[in-house]
Design a protein around this ligand. Structure first.
Ligand code: NAD
Ligand code: UFG
Length: 339
């Protein structure tokens, strides 16, 4: 299949390109490099020996989108391009609605013109909000607590209405907490600033770039008092997209899928796994709870197993070891000289 990948130079997109190329799909990336760099695509080319066509452009720009559609004629689109920092979304709501919602609208308009009727969308577990029950299944009410979460929920609604109106297929992948890196240690997460997320922060402490991990709260109603999350290895997540591409060619309509392992780990367990993987001490300091955090999140991914034929295979140790190999081999991320 010809697969257009918006945001393909990003963390999840780059790992997905490797899996798509491994299954002989043809790929074209459209990325503004707002949070990535073209170097990432060189690494994907090196790793796979594959062809990665790339167009620099903003997903909100109708003209660029139409040109890409006309030149590449995608049969499926995977839509990663978007903004993802929960905190920033609260201080810049209009910017987040513009990129995440208007970007999705512009993409669907261009797909309509090109007659492309299949899309895989990067949604998030954050659409659920405070759990009414755990693990979340896809029927759990949607009640996001941040602007970021609302942009994802609104985009899901738009995609659902679009698919119903034109016989299209929209696969809504609700990611839990993506972590880890490619086994080659040539691709991984490369935060532009101080990491907001736990795993890249721990990695920077282990490599000596930061002094300690702030543990945001140790008084939650969880076994060790720290927050529980359903961490999913980025390569497992990437493979869910390949399964979704196959699914979209066979089914019409919109369908949400939880993509997680179903096995939550606490902040303390993540730190411990990283100590083991890196052999480095990782000092922690108990800090106040982070505003807006939920005590525990856990996926029920039964639907993804049954309907996508997808299942996570990587363990917590794989997540920690691959992150460590990436971080220690690329201390300055994709800017590390000589890599
Ligand atoms: P990322 O920032 O690494 O990748 C996003 C890519 O989109 C980047 O390459 C960026 O340059 C590009 N981009 C941003 N704005 C753009 C625009 N206007 N036009 C074109 N390209 C643009 O993030 P990621 O972690 O790979 O996330 C990918 C998607 O998955 C995002 O939509 C994100 O919201 C979603 N998601 C991520 C997580 C997570 O924890 N990483 C969790 C749930 C959902
Ligand atoms: N945490 C710390 N210290 C840190 C960073 C995080 O203790 O320095 C804790 C948090 O309080 C939470 C856990 O580690 O208990 C995980 O936090 P992350 O920031 O890594 O992840 P979140 O669950 O808050 O959010 C992430 C993404 C969202 C996405 C969501 C989906 O940032 O974009 O996963 O579940 F929507």
């Amino acid at each position: 299949m010809r697969v257009l990948v918006t945001g393909g130079a990003g963390y999840i997109g780059s790992h997905t390109l490797v899996e798509l190329l491994g299954q002989a799909h043809a790929v074209c990336v459209m990325d503004s490099y707002a949070n990535s760099s073209p170097v990432v695509l060189d690494r994907v080319r090196m790793l796979t020996n594959g062809t990665v066509t790339a167009v620099e452009g903003d997903v909100r720009h109708d003209d660029t989108l139409r040109r890409v559609m006309a030149d590449f004629r995608p049969e499926v689109v995977i839509h990663f391009a978007g903004l993802k920092a929960v905190g920033d979304s609260m201080s810049d709501p209009l910017g987040y609605y513009d990129v995440n919602v208007n970007g999705t609208l512009a993409l669907l308009r261009a797909m309509d013109v090109a007659g492309c009727r299949r899309i895989i969308f990067s949604s998030s577990a954050t659409v659920y909000g405070e759990p009414v029950y755990l693990p979340y299944d896809e029927a759990h009410p949607l009640n996001p607590t941040s602007v970021y979460g609302r942009t994802k929920m609104i985009a899901e609604h738009i995609l659902t209405d679009w698919a119903a109106a034109n016989g299209g297929s929209a696969v809504l992948l609700r990611y839990f907490n993506p972590v880890g890196a490619h086994a080659s240690a040539t691709l991984g997460e490369d935060p532009a600033d101080v990491p907001n997320n736990l795993m890249p922060y721990i990695a920077q402490v282990a490599v000596g770039q930061r002094s300690h991990v702030n543990v945001f709260g140790d008084d939650y109603d969880t076994p060790d008092g720290t927050g529980l999350r359903d961490y999913i290895h980025v390569v497992d997540l990437a493979r869910a997209h390949v399964a979704a591409v196959d699914y979209a060619t066979q089914r019409k309509g919109a369908r949400p899928f939880n993509i997680g392992t179903g096995q939550p780990y606490s902040v303390q367990q993540m730190v411990e796994a990283f100590r083991k993987a890196s052999g480095h001490p990782i000092p922690t300091v108990i800090a106040p709870r982070r505003a807006g955090d939920i005590a525990a999140m856990q996926a029920d991914s039964t639907r993804a197993h049954a309907e996508l034929g997808w299942r996570a295979t990587h363990t917590l140790d794989d997540m920690a070891a691959s992150t460590w190999a990436w971080q220690s081999g690329n201390p300055a991320g994709f800017r590390t000289p000589g890599r």
